[in-house]
Write a protein that binds this ligand. Sequence first.
Ligand code: GLN
Length: 227
Amino acid sequence: NSTEPTNSDNVIVMGTNAEFEPFEYRDGLDIVGFDVEIAKAVANKLGKELKIEDMAFDSLIMGLNNDKMDFIAAGMTATEERAQQVDFSDSYFKSKQVIIVKADNTAIASADDLVGKSVGVQLGTTGDLFVSGTEGVTVVQVKKGTQAVMDLQNGKVDAVVIDEEPAKKMIAGKTDVKILEVPFIEEEYAIAVKKGNTELLNTINETIEELKANGEYDKIYEQFFGK
Ligand code: GLN
């Protein structure tokens, strides 16, 4: 059965890119974060041990379809294009893209102002897809969002387009960059399983529903986002 995980029976494997605080990031040797807590709850429900595979964000869907993992939990936006390749769970988080610029930048006040500018993005993300699809923008794709922010600080790019919560973490404590308060693309994060793996998908959806109903979701939220 092609939908069956290739891993040992008592282990379930989450694929992620641990460069996306507070959803998944390294704390010493551990990978921790909001998504990890959701994934642990899924593993608990199945009575399995959670193992995490950390890889480049743009390799995750291929990895899932090559049985390198059972599911992807990576702050991944459920898009129609990706839904051709994977099955998505119910949404577990509402997010949006934001624009980061230098603190003294007055030339960029909205997404329209990105035209004619060079913009840093993380390769293969929805931010990348948006910027790459906007005519007249010079796109600078990097592997890590933190690298894009460094490029902004060093003047290599004029702006960065990235998910809101990680953006807040990436600029925390920095006085030379700011997040623009402009309405931008809204997105929903979901967990991805291999197409046709409805058994695991149902377990994931039940877990999300239970976490929301029993108050655990709010506790995890508070742990990683404050009140
Ligand atoms: N939400 C964005 C996407 O799905 C970014 C995810 C990430 O970088 N981990 O493309």
